[in-house]
Design a protein around this ligand. Sequence first.
Ligand code: PHE
Length: 345
Amino acid sequence: MEQQLKQLEQEALTKIQAAANLKELNDVRVAYLGKKGPITDLLKGMGKLSPEERPKMGALVNAVRENVTAQLEQRATVLEEQAIQEQLEKESIDVTLPGRQVRSGNRHPLTRVVEEIEDLFVSMGYTIAEGTEVERDYYNFEALNLPKGHPARDMQDTFYITEETLLRTHTSPVQARTMEAKKGEPIRIISPGKVFRRDNDDATHSHQFMQIEGLVVGENIRMSDLKGTLDKLAKKMFGEDREIRLRPSFFPFTEPSVEMDISCFKCGGSGCNVCKQTGWIEILGAGMVHPNVLEMAGYDSKKVSGFAFGIGAERIAMLKYGVDDIRHFYTNDSRFLSQFHRTEG
Ligand code: PHE
């Protein structure tokens, strides 16, 4: 019997070590220590032994049971730890994986041009004024010295909404609105925004585009102030070595009126494809505010004077970034727009 017991113990211990998980271990426990297990059977068989043998055997069986129980517990601890370890490994995060690239957007080239120009003028003490895209005929034309039926209205084919309202054809109505609101006070504003004209869209025309209006009104504002201001603008947008040239022009709301050219930033003036071999590139229209415009807005044209200019944002952006078709700005093609990422600044 002792022999049998030792063998059982050995068997049990081998199986305990072989148990691969807690479930298998539990099966071993039930098989050896359970009510129907061999050790219990042995205990039951003790009655057949002689009274002298009984305590010895009893002690032996108990020792085996204790040993098996202890081994079971030990193995259980090991297997539990193993299970936790496996779980942790399964759930662990590999921090060495490269991250997913975050695609950040970039500002639209027109926005960049507008912001650059805003920065320059704000640094010179201008404030930014906003107008409305749907405008009254009065501010778009009449208050700018373009009475009804004036032939110069034909310079700007217009989307009319009613007889008296229209989509503004330029940002100049902001001049009239600002002067009216300022009631004789000095003014220094720029005003960027969308404008609309009944043009057929092609590589250089669009029925909607962006302008930036500038207006300065006060005592002793002279043509030389306008020239100095535009010179700063040309240098900021196209490089410090740019020169400017003013050519006589006509706008009903300025007198005298000028077109400003800059010396070609590509060839420096000797002639190339960008400047159409002239050495100069036309950039914007400007002039001294017409006395009629000042008077209509309540300013005394004998006491104050002013200058105004209107910049086309698309034209600046096309020149600056070498864009050959104005429609690229509006079609939202990310292949076009993402090219401005690298130069974002
Ligand atoms: N409003 C003019 C245009 O759109 C530009 C301009 C603005 C000219 C201010 C002179 C002064 O053509």
